[in-house]
Design a protein around this ligand. Structure first.
Ligand code: M6P
Ligand code: ZN
Length: 191
């Protein structure tokens, strides 16, 4: 079982395999199934039915060994599988940083994007291999896979940023991503 390194962390090299979506050495892997995304999809009836039927894996997050501790810079590769629930594209839970700090996402494979919401303004930034998406302090962020293959990106974020999932459940994300005839359609997020 892999785990986070214990400080002090030594200077080191990490191998990134964009196609495999892996980091070596790696820390813990988080796997999120549809049942872990309660309250995220608009169509709750379809959501409940699909959780009961097959409860598919929606995404996984492989961390480097750098721990989420103040002054450290953890990294992770997220792979969001292709799919929809009630027409709404597979997504991450989405979170706000309790300690408002920025974050970058670097596209590795597939096509997707970041929905960002500061409680007032909403933005969508498309991410493809080689593109960096910048998430400024104070913007909640959720990733979606808008393609038909797994979407993979590297995230780098301050170790003290944290993850507030309750903020998104309370305030929404500003936008929702749907697939209509294979095209991404962004719709207003109605609370
Ligand atoms: C990226 C980073 C992680 C985050 C993950 C999944 O890899 O932002 O910090 O955990 O995406 O997103 P979420 O935590 O919203 O499920
Ligand atoms: Zn974040």
């Amino acid at each position: 079982m892999t785990s986070f390194a214990v400080p002090p962390i030594s200077p080191h090299q990490i191998s990134l395999d964009a196609i495999a979506g892996s980091l070596t050495p790696s820390g813990p892997t988080l796997v999120r199934r549809l049942s872990d995304l309660a309250g995220c999809f608009e169509n709750t009836e379809t959501y409940e039915a699909e959780v009961a039927a097959s409860n598919p894996i929606v995404y996984q997050v492989i961390s480097s060994t750098v721990p989420e501790l103040p002054r450290e810079l953890p990294q992770s590769i997220t792979t969001i599988f292709a799919g929809t629930c009630g027409g709404e594209l597979y997504m991450t839970k989405g979170h706000q940083h309790p300690d408002p700090q920025g974050e970058i996402y670097f596209g590795l494979e597939g096509i997707g994007g970041i929905i960002m919401f500061d409680g007032n303004e909403k933005k969508y930034v498309e991410i493809t291999p080689g593109k960096i998406g910048y998430i400024p302090p104070g913007w909640a962020h959720r990733s979606i896979n808008s393609g038909t293959t797994p979407y993979k990106f590297l995230a780098v974020y301050p170790g003290s940023a944290g993850h507030d999932y309750g903020w998104v459940l309370k305030n929404g994300m500003g936008l929702r991503g749907f697939s209509e005839n294979g095209k991404l359609i962004l719709k207003d997020f109605i609370i």
